[in-house]
Write a new protein. Structure first.
Length: 134
């Protein structure tokens, strides 16, 4: 990477609907999935109640696989991924060497399929809540 590259990544168990029950062996996808969100949207259309949300354009039908080829269909439903961490990934080149750094950006809270937008609650709200509780 010759230029800086920044993206956010959500990690969780899609299609689990926030339940992890082994009785559904054949129907529940138990794989942990990471989805990279790169298209930040400051002029979002979705109706969210989240204060100062981080909103990303995300079309489940238009996703690339790890090798940058077309996925060939919609990726997993995001049901069950709410509450998962959204990690900011920063890849950069310094003195001819590639580096990567990560930090918690927030918590993935909702996906609006009509506007194709993923909403992340900024980690600053989590920090404030922790300070209030301690």
């Amino acid at each position: 990477y010759s230029d800086n590259w920044i993206a956010s990544q959500i990690v969780g168990f899609p299609a689990s609907k926030n339940k992890f029950d082994t009785r559904f062996k054949n129907t529940l996808d138990k794989h942990c999935v990471a989805i990279t969100l790169t298209d930040r949207n400051e002029q979002y259309k979705c109706n969210t109640t989240i204060t100062d949300p981080l909103v990303f354009n995300f079309d489940r039908e238009d996703v690339l696989k790890e090798d940058f080829t077309q996925h060939g269909g919609p990726v997993h439903k995001l049901n069950g991924m709410s509450g998962c961490p959204a990690v900011r990934v920063h890849v950069f080149n310094k003195d001819g060497k590639n580096y990567a750094a990560t930090c918690l950006e927030g918590i993935f809270v909702e996906y609006h399929k009509d506007s194709k937008e993923a909403v992340v609650s900024d980690c600053k709200h989590i920090k404030i809540l922790c300070e209030e509780l301690i």
